[in-house]
Design a protein around this ligand. Structure first.
Ligand SMILES: Cc1ncc(COP(=O)(O)O)c(C=O)c1O
Length: 357
C-alpha cells in the first residue's frame, strides 16, 4: 500500500488546470442524427468503404468489451496509438522539461529513454543486475525530489525475463512518483499481471498492448491501466481522435476472438521451447537466456558476423550486441515452425562454413 502518493504533486501544474479540446463528438455521443457539427463530408468517402465520420474519441465500445476481459473498471482504461502513446503522454503529463527526471533500468525497451529525451527530461540509468533483475537499493538511492517516473519492463525487452514481484512492490511502496510496469509480453508468461494491484497502489500504471499476443501490431492500439484520475488526465492531453475508425472496428472484432489469441500464444510457447532446443544444440551459440516472452536473447561467439550473414540470407533478427549487458547477443523473435527451422538451417550452414574454412 502506498498512502503517501499525491497525483496533484506529480502532475505538471499547467496540465492539472488545462482545459482540453472538446471535440464535436464529445458533446453528442448518439449514433443516429443529422451530423452538421464536425465539418465532415456528408456524401461519404472516395473509397468504397465509408470513413467520412470521426471515430469515438474515447473508444467506449472497445473499453466496454475490454473491461470484463481484464476485470477492471472502464474508467481505469486508457487506449493509445500503441503503448508508445501512453509512454509519451505519461512523460508529458508529469515531467517538467530541463528539470524533472525519470529512472530507467538498462537493458530495457528503448522508448522510455527516447520519450524522455524528446521532452528534454533527464534520464537516470540504473543498470539491472547481471541476471537482469532490479537493483532495488540502487534504484531507491537514485530517487530525488525531481524523479517523476520509474520505468519497469516485465517481462523485460530485450532480456525476456520477469522482474521479481517483491522488488516491484518495494519500489511501489517507497516512491512518491509513478511506477510504470510495462507488460507488453505478459501473455507469454505464467507470472501474474500487476493489473489487480491498482487498488493498492495509486502510483501504479500498467501498460499492455494488442501488438504481440493478439497479433494486431498494425492496428496500433495499446492499453494503459491506471487510477481513474490519471486516466482522466491522459484523456485530456491526448490527440482528440487518437485511434482511427478502422482500427477501432477491427479491434472490436478481435476482442470477440480472444480464444484465437490463446491458441496462438500456446503455439508460440511450443515453438519457443523447440527453437531454444535447436539453438542450444549449435556450437556457435554460447547461451540462450531464459524467456517469459515471444523472443529469445541469444549470445553468440561473433554476433555481428552472424547478424550480417543472416541479413544476406534475408533473415532479420535484432542486433543487441552493443547494448549494455547484452554484449554478443542477438534478440530473435519466435517465428512459425517453418521460419524457426529456416533460421536454424542457416545457422547450421554458417557453422559448417566456419569449420571448413
Ligand atoms: C516492452 C515494450 N513496450 C512497449 C512496446 C510498444 O508496443 P506498441 O506496439 O503497443 O506501441 C514494445 C514494442 O516492441 C515493447 O517491447
Amino acid at each position: 500500500m502506498n498512502n503517501s502518493f499525491d497525483l496533484n504533486k506529480i502532475l505538471r501544474p499547467h496540465i492539472l488546470n488545462l482545459a482540453p479540446y472538446s471535440s464535436a463528438r464529445d458533446e453528442y455521443t448518439g449514433h443516429v442524427g443529422i451530423f452538421l457539427d464536425a465539418n465532415e463530408n456528408p456524401y461519404g468517402s472516395v473509397t468504397d468503404e465509408n470513413y467520412n465520420r470521426y471515430p469515438d474519441p474515447h473508444q467506449m465500445d472497445i473499453k466496454r468489451k475490454l473491461a470484463p476481459l481484464k476485470q477492471i473498471n472502464v474508467e481505469r482504461i486508457f487506449l493509445g496509438n500503441g503503448s508508445d502513446e501512453p509512454i509519451d503522454l505519461l512523460v508529458r503529463a508529469t515531467c517538467i522539461p530541463g528539470k524533472d527526471k525519470v529512472i530507467i533500468m538498462p537493458p530495457t525497451y528503448g522508448m522510455y529513454e527516447v520519450s524522455a529525451s524528446i521532452h528534454d527530461v533527464k534520464i537516470e540509468k540504473v543498470s539491472l543486475t547481471t541476471d537482469y533483475q532490479i537493483d532495488v537499493e540502487a534504484v531507491l538511492n537514485a530517487i530525488t525530489p525531481d524523479t517523476k517516473i520509474i520505468w519497469i519492463c516485465s517481462p523485460n525487452n530485450p532480456s525476456g525475463n520477469v522482474m521479481q514481484g517483491k522488488d516491484i512492490e518495494t519500489i511501489l511502496e517507497n516512491f512518491h512518483g509513478i511506477v510504470v510496469v510495462d507488460e507488453a509480453y505478459i501473455d507469454f508468461t505464467d507470472s501474474p499481471s500487476w493489473l489487480h494491484h491498482l487498488d493498492s497502489y495509486p502510483n501504479l500504471v500498467v501498460l499492455q498492448t494488442f501488438s504481440k499476443s493478439w497479433g494486431l501490431a498494425g492496428l496500433r492500439i495499446g492499453m494503459c491501466f491506471a487510477s481513474k484520475e490519471l486516466v482522466h488526465i491522459l484523456n485530456k492531453i491526448k490527440a482528440p481522435y487518437n485511434i482511427s475508425q478502422p482500427s477501432q472496428k477491427a479491434l472490436l472484432e478481435g476482442l470477440d476472438a480472444a480464444t484465437n489469441m490463446n491458441e496462438m500464444v500456446k503455439e508460440i510457447l511450443k515453438e519457443r521451447t523447440s527453437l531454444r532446443t535447436m539453438l542450444e544444440n549449435l556450437s556457435l551459440v554460447n547461451k540462450v537466456f531464459p524467456s517469459d516472452s515471444n523472443f529469445l536473447l541469444v549470445k553468440f561467439d561473433d554476433a555481428k558476423a552472424i547478424m550480417d550473414y543472416l541479413l544476406q540470407e534475408t533473415i532479420i533478427v535484432r542486433d543487441r550486441s552493443r547494448v549494455h549487458l547484452c554484449e554478443g547477443c542477438l534478440r530473435i523473435t519466435v517465428g512459425t515452425r517453418e521460419e524457426n527451422e529456416a533460421l536454424v538451417a542457416c545457422l547450421v550452414k554458417y557453422q559448417q562454413n566456419i569449420i571448413t574454412v
